[in-house]
Design a protein around this ligand. Structure first.
Ligand code: AMP
Length: 631
């Protein structure tokens, strides 16, 4: 089979055969009896009857053949440390962590919340959970106590694994006080907190609840904790993501389907081999970190690099020096990071030998053509855009070059990936659009392929009502992205259909930010929209109606209130969610029936034509916005 078109058709038309073949890429303790059970759509159960373990496939499986080869390379330019763990060393560390979690009372099926900077112990914790059949819930370290508390309440973790601090730009960012505050705010109280003390900031321990990893590790130095053989459909983790409502959704993933999907993607999408080195510059708090810092590369027997630090510190050559030093073959990053590098002296890109790189994959947000062209010229390697979501866990659209080299079309992430029955749906009629160059909602006909979300954690109903619609006899999953497909099958992504914005590749719900801003005593009403930004893709901009506007015509008073609002968002959600600007207005643009004209607001904030405004209640509201952003 050489042609991608055939490979793709097979994955859709002979779904079970196709995935039965892919399933051989992972090791099973008991082989599956049934490839896909779709008797209860839209819930798909993959590799039913099979038992396996993600940690076994990521670590133990490689011990015999490449036990002494590098598995995990943790590099921090924040603390100036580099530590490489062979598969054998990783195996030992993961067992120490697994034994510690067991000692703290974690059992199969329990949740363990991981709130960690990019240090090796975070990987140990995730793999240890997988090993014992506990679910990890990694919360991005940039989130603050409010976000963390809502996730603690939803996931109800038995144990939280955390650290004294992260570090950014050489400055320690304390985690422990945020965690303490989150636990105080949450209804659910974890039984224990396991803390990695990096010695960055002093930490106060709560007796009976808080435990130091250094102490537990010493107690369990020779721990032998065998992998639990888990049913393929056993949930491996939850990962929270933003949607239209303020409450984040816990995306729940299975075990066997995820292992197969990642193993297959390493082969067909990344054309990866054991012994090569993968460097994904993301964070374990995001889905890329789960699939392509931890599980995917390790399952493929590769070394994976975990990087704590900025792309520009100590200088803009730091990533390429890592590529040279560790002979990185596969690099994965986000367009924003490339745009940051583009602002630096271009000579950093030619200072190091990057000839080992096979390609640079970019994902998480739209890749604009000038950025793609610039990095492609500078590195002289293929730049491969790929489009996917937390929900899917691995690419929906890209160039599947492991099967057949496909031409890059700048501006397009590529074609439908095998396994994904991608459709474009007319938003109004709900019908499939079959002609080229029609704009519709990017959708996937069920069942979702292996590795995608099983459900929303604890809320099957929400999974169905949020994502699924039906065309007679067919279940359709919505990505909430607009797209078009050209005559050759290349897709182009045109932005979200919902109120989700994408800041520097980070997905944020505008409602969450609005809720946080509204909690300020002097804010009566607020609308947050995403506004195009040349560096971050989009930034959040808030338009708020103060309860008491007295004195706000004064610049200093306005700046003070703006600062307070931003501080509130920082404290509740984290700096990632902080709006770039908070503008104060006397009214928000609404329809006569009181519905916020979000798209019009966004258009004016981006200095575009807001379109038809005949239903608008008070045109002066938009005039104010126009005057403010024009400043
Ligand atoms: P997340 O779940 O945080 O990975 O965010 C997923 C969303 O990011 C998608 O629904 C898209 O809106 C956007 N996205 C991800 N990758 C791309 C890409 N390659 N091109 C355009 N948008 C993307």
């Amino acid at each position: 089979m050489t042609s991608y078109a055939n490979f793709y058709r097979q994955s859709i038309d002979q779904r079970d055969n196709f995935w039965a073949t892919q399933a051989r890429l992972v090791e099973w303790q008991t082989p599956p009896e049934q490839v896909c059970d779709y008797s209860n759509p839209p819930f798909a159960r993959w590799f039913v009857g099979g038992t396996t373990n993600l940690c076994h496939n990521a670590v133990d499986r490689h011990l015999a053949e490449r036990g002494e080869q590098a598995a995990l390379i943790a590099i921090s330019t924040e603390t100036d440390t580099e530590r490489s763990y062979s598969f054998r060393e990783l195996h030992a560390e993961v067992q120490r962590m697994a034994a510690s979690l067991l000692a703290l009372g974690v059992k199969k099926g329990d949740r363990v919340l991981v709130y960690m900077p990019m240090v090796a112990e975070a990987a140990f914790a995730m793999l240890a959970c997988a090993r014992i059949g506990a679910l990890h819930t990694v919360v991005f370290g940039g989130f603050a106590s409010g976000s963390l508390a809502s996730r603690i309440d939803d996931a109800e973790p038995v144990v939280v694994v955390s650290a004294d601090a992260g570090s950014r730009g050489g400055k320690a960012v304390a985690y422990k006080p945020l965690l303490d505050e989150a636990i105080r705010l949450a209804q659910h109280k974890p039984k224990a907190v396991l803390l990695v003390d990096r010695g960055l900031v002093p930490m106060e321990l709560e007796a009976g609840r808080d435990h130091l990893w250094s102490a537990l590790r010493t107690q369990h130095l020779d721990a032998q904790v065998p992998c639990e053989w888990l049913p393929s459909t056993h949930p491996s983790y939850t990962l929270y993501t933003s949607g239209t409502t303020g409450k984040p959704k816990g995306v729940q993933r299975d075990t066997g389907g995820y292992a197969v999907a990642l193993a297959a993607s390493m082969k067909h999408i990344f054309d990866a081999r054991p012994g090569q080195t993968f460097f994904a510059t993301s964070d374990i708090g995001w889905v890329v970190g789960h699939s392509y810092i931890i599980y995917g590369p390790l399952i493929a027997g590769m070394a994976t690099i975990m990087y704590e630090g900025l792309p520009t510190r100590p200088d803009a050559g730091v990533w390429w020096s890592i590529v040279e030093k560790y002979k990185v073959t596969h690099m994965f990053s986000a367009p924003t990071a490339v745009r940051v590098l583009k602002k630096q002296d271009p000579s950093w890109l030619t200072k190091y030998d990057v000839s080992t790189l096979k390609a640079l994959w970019l994902a998480g947000e739209p890749l604009d053509e000038p950025t793609a062209q610039w990095i492609s010229d500078a590195l002289q390697v293929p730049i491969i855009d790929n489009y996917w979501q937390t929900e899917t866990g691995w690419p929906i659209l890209t160039l599947t070059n492991g099967i057949e080299q496909q031409a890059t079309r700048f501006g397009s992430p590529g074609k439908a990936v095998y396994g994904y029955n991608v459709k474009l749906i007319d938003e109004v009629t709900g019908q499939e659009l079959t002609e080229p160059n029609q704009k519709g909602v990017v959708a996937i006909e069920g069942p979702l392929p292996p590795g995608c979300m099983q459900t929303v954690w604890g809320d099957d109903e929400r999974f169905v009502s949020t994502y699924w619609s039906t065309i007679p006899g067919r279940q359709i999953y919505s990505t909430f992205d607009w797209g078009i497909r050209d005559a050759d099958g290349y897709y182009f992504i045109l932005g979200r259909t919902d109120d989700v914005i994408n800041v520097a590749g980070h997905r944020l719900g505008t409602r969450e930010i609005e809720e946080s801003i509204s909690s300020h005593p002097n804010i009566a009403e607020v609308a947050v929209v995403g506004v195009a930004d040349s560096l971050k893709g989009q930034v959040a901009m808030a338009f708020a109606v103060p309860r008491d506007a007295t004195g706000l015509e004064n610049d200093a008073a306005r700046l003070k209130l703006e600062g307070e609002v931003m501080k509130r968002v920082d404290g509740q959600l984290g700096a990632v969610a902080r709006p770039a600007r908070v503008f104060f207005v006397t009214a928000l643009p609404k329809t006569r029936s009181g519905k916020l004209l979000r798209r019009a607001l966004q258009a004016v904030a981006e200095r575009r034509d807001p379109g038809d405004l005949t239903t608008m209640e008070d045109p002066a509201a938009l005039q104010q916005v126009r005057a403010l952003v024009g400043e």
